[in-house]
Design a protein around this ligand. Structure first.
Ligand SMILES: C[S@@+](CC[C@H](N)C(=O)[O-])C[C@H]1O[C@@H](n2cnc3c(N)ncnc32)[C@H](O)[C@@H]1O
Length: 430
């Protein structure tokens, strides 16, 4: 009997005039629930083999566990990479040579959607060649109403010279929510953190005196207490200090209000308070501390040089000694995507993991900012072509590269824990 997910896949294939992918249906597949059990304890779990049986295993047996999904699928460039990047077909029909790529993507997008929580977000890298076809798939699978937006990412300064008239130097990041409940965390606006002390870069933009509703002394009497400040240095103390002045949360009209925190918290976090010369107390917002940082709406044009493709290639060169992966994403790019799309304890899925950049990005975010994100990766164990530099460097299957990167992450960060699951692997033996 076909599952609910198979029926959904078939009905979308029919609606879009795409050829049914019978071989992908559940018949003959072992969608064992055990597959989904082995991920939870590790920081990163890599599932080796075709991603579809894994996605289906999760979707059927352990749905709605993922907070955020990032994927960088094969762009269908027709190039000779270590993975198959040529699904251009001559099928005629509405989508012409793009149909096969759409047929490949459709069941994977449908099943990964089932893995997302209601609040979940999916972000997908793509370039001009399949952008329109991906948008059609996503509008049909996730719903036009759940389209959050499209970010244009500059991937090099000068662009590729393959086209006659244009040197394309951008690609896209398409973002959808699973439902209306999904929202982006926003981006840090670090350029405005114009001050610095021993705790990092900060800005002083929030009053420590409560404003608006429930801001009166009578609303929270225990949040009305004296603070002591040094008018020259701006330092604040909860205890009296000789020659320092006293201030209370009293507004310009003389109304007694209250502070934002009780005196216990103020004592612990007094380093975050700053006093003006006349005793108005502010909270310092530190860039990237995850607690007080201010976030702003995500901009749709990303031109940072750290996001250029060559950065990803240099990172691979540095890690492996040569360019063993053709299209790695730069670490800082993936870190930004994860940061804007997911909470600090999110479970992130990347089912086109490639060289494993997503795992390294998450482990770096975890150690830099004390986050606890975990990650599920999937990568095929297809054999690398004999003439590819990766094969000459000793890697047989593509997933061997992902595993090696996980080992290198562990070498750099001992506390990093990863596991490898081979349930649906065809060629791989650990
Ligand atoms: C564009 S690359 C991803 C690169 C990755 N973002 C990185 O930074 O290294 C796409 C990856 O998807 C993998 N892939 C393609 N089809 C797959 C499938 N059916 N199951 C699992 N992995 C697949 C390819 O082997 C390739 O490594």
């Amino acid at each position: 009997m076909l599952s609910k997910i198979d029926l959904k896949i078939s009905s979308l294939e029919r609606a879009l005039g795409l050829e049914p992918q019978h071989n992908l249906l559940l018949e003959g597949r072992d969608d064992s629930p055990d597959v989904c059990k082995s991920w939870s304890s590790a920081d990163t779990t890599l599932f080796v083999g075709d991603n579809l049986p894994y996605l289906k295993g999760f979707a059927l047996n352990s749905p709605e566990i993922v907070d955020m999904c990032y994927i960088d699928p094969p762009y269908n460039t027709g190039s000779k990479f270590l993975y198959n990047d040529n699904r251009r077909s001559d099928k005629g029909g509405m989508f012409g040579s793009h149909a096969s790529w759409m047929e490949f993507m459709l069941p994977r997008l449908v099943t990964s959607r089932e893995m997302l929580k209601d609040t979940g977000i999916i972000a997908i890298s793509i370039d001009d060649y399949e952008y329109a076809h991906l948008k059609i798939l996503m509008d049909n699978i996730f719903g036009e109403d759940n389209f959050i937006g499209n970010i244009i990412v500059c991937r090099s300064k000068n662009g590729k010279g393959s086209k006659k008239h244009l040197a394309s130097n951008h690609e896209y990041l398409l973002i959808y929510g699973k439902s209306k409940k999904a929202s982006l965390r926003g981006q840090l606006d670090e350029s405005e953190y114009d001050k610095e002390d021993e705790f990092g870069q900060y800005r002083v933009d929030g009053l420590f005196r409560k404003k608006g509703d429930a801001s009166l002394r009578t609303d929270r009497p225990n949040m009305y207490y004296p603070l002591y400040f040094n008018p020259t240095s701006g330092q604040v103390s909860v205890e009296p200090i000789d020659n320092w002045k006293t201030t209370y949360p009293v507004d310009s009209k003389g109304i007694e209000r209250r502070w934002l925190w009780g005196s216990g918290t103020a004592k612990e976090r007094v380093w975050q308070l700053y006093a003006s010369k006349n005793g108005v107390i502010y909270v310092k917002n530190y860039a990237g501390d995850g607690i007080t940082e201010k976030r702003t709406k995500v901009r749709t044009l990303w031109t940072e040089p750290e996001f250029y493709t060559e950065r990803g290639t240099n990172e691979i060169n540095k890690l492996f000694g040569s360019k063993i992966f053709d299209t790695p994403k730069p670490l800082e790019f993936i870190k930004k995507i994860i940061d804007i799309c997911s909470s600090t304890d999110a479970l992130v899925l990347d089912f086109f993991a490639g060289s494993g950049t997503t795992a390294q990005a998450i482990s770096e975010l975890n150690s830099e900012y004390g986050c606890t994100r975990k990650c599920i990766l999937m990568e095929t164990d297809s054999q690398i072509p004999l003439d590819h530099i990766a094969r000459k460097s000793g890697f047989n299957a593509i997933s061997d590269i992902t595993i090696e990167r996980l080992r290198l992450i562990k070498l750099a960060q001992e506390s990093f824990v990863f596991t490898v699951n081979n349930s649906f692997s065809k060629n791989y033996t650990l």
